[in-house]
Design a protein around this ligand. Structure first.
Ligand code: UD2
Length: 311
């Protein structure tokens, strides 16, 4: 990707900032775009030392801005999003505007500017609560939160812009991502919340009985597949699961985290299941391997240990 001109939306966020660093390391020229709702400029501290990086504060709902920003762009990584399942239940319209209209804006601006490739951050939330496991890309989707509906619609736009305009679009369906820079706010991912609580010696709350399972995917694997997708022609018009392919229950990962970090006195409390939550989720990752040669390097234990070193 050396010398490529790349736009990263959501560049100040958890995934966008890690991706920005990796792209700069590869010698790409990166334009970062973020409205700084969830994103934080401190995530871009090292990027900003690099002459090949430029940052613009703005919103993906602003089409004219995107049209202008994409003038000389070769590749777009669209990571900007309304990211929270529970928040989408409180604010479905805003979630729709950011995730669906925002994505359509990206596609239209990319089409007009002849962008070579668009890689979109989708989510395994689109599978919803269908009991079939592991989740396969071809399954019938059953989104049960407004958030999941927006990701499904955005994916469908990605596919249709490949079909209708021959744009090289790829949607990556991330299973639960975790790692450095994920914020420990009430709306961020579970592992980031648990790690923050463990360090602040606060009790951990489990929503439900703790037997719900997730396929926790380490940020470095997410970066790896994004870089592979960026240079691939075979992934045009495709939707691809990204995970480890292995589930773990919430209670099991919490117990491991508490034990491994050797902090004492942390209690586990139980609250009712959150609205919109799915019970079990892990992905079939055969397609990622077949199309992109991808395999996850990090199981959740290895990933958590590395995450802890950054903490
Ligand atoms: C995550 C993503 C979402 C989507 C989805 C894909 C985040 C914030 N959300 O939603 O964007 O991509 O994955 O499947 O990354 N939990 C507790 N206690 C807590 C926090 C969470 O028990 O303090 C439980 C929660 O009820 C759920 C599980 O942990 O069963 C994972 O929750 P999450 O918010 O990390 O992720 P999820 O799967 O809702």
């Amino acid at each position: 990707l050396e010398g490529k001109r790349i736009l990263v939306t959501g560049a100040a966020g958890f995934i966008g900032s890690n991706l920005t660093d990796a792209l700069l390391y590869q010698g790409a020229e990166v334009t970062g775009f973020d409205n700084l709702w969830n994103g934080r400029m401190e995530n871009l501290e090292s990027a900003q030392q690099n002459k090949k990086f430029i940052f613009h504060q703005g919103d993906v709902r602003d089409y004219d801005r995107l049209l202008h920003l994409m003038k000389d762009i070769d590749i777009v990584f669209h990571e900007a999003a309304f990211i929270s399942v529970p928040k989408s239940i409180l604010m479905p319209q805003l979630c729709n505007d950011v995730n669906i209209t925002g994505t359509l804006n990206i596609l239209n601006a990319a089409r007009i500017n002849d962008v070579e490739k668009i890689v979109f951050a989708s989510s395994a939330a689109v599978y919803g609560d269908d009991p079939t496991l592991p989740k396969q890309e071809k399954m019938r989707l059953n989104p049960i939160s407004p958030y999941a509906v927006t990701k499904q619609a955005a994916e469908a736009y990605m596919v249709s812009y490949n079909q209708a305009y021959n744009l090289n679009t790829t949607s990556l369906r991330y299973f639960n991502v975790y790692g450095p820079r994920q914020q420990g706010s009430p709306y961020s991912g579970a592992i980031a919340i648990f790690i923050a609580n463990i360090f602040n010696r606060k009790n951990i709350t489990i929503f439900g009985d703790g037997n719900q399972t997730r396929d926790f995917t380490y940020i470095k694997d997410i970066i790896k597949i994004n870089l592979l997708a960026a240079e691939s022609k075979e992934s045009a018009g495709k939707i691809i699961n990204v995970g480890t392919g292995k589930p773990i229950s919430i209670i099991e990962i919490i117990k491991f985290m508490i034990e491994y970090s050797q902090k004492e006195g942390i209690e586990i409390e139980y609250d009712p299941i959150r609205a919109g939550d799915i019970l079990h989720s892990y992905g079939d990752i055969t397609l990622a391997k077949d199309i992109l040669g991808f395999e996850a390097d990090y199981d959740v234990f290895r990933g958590f240990k590395e995450y802890l070193d950054f903490y």
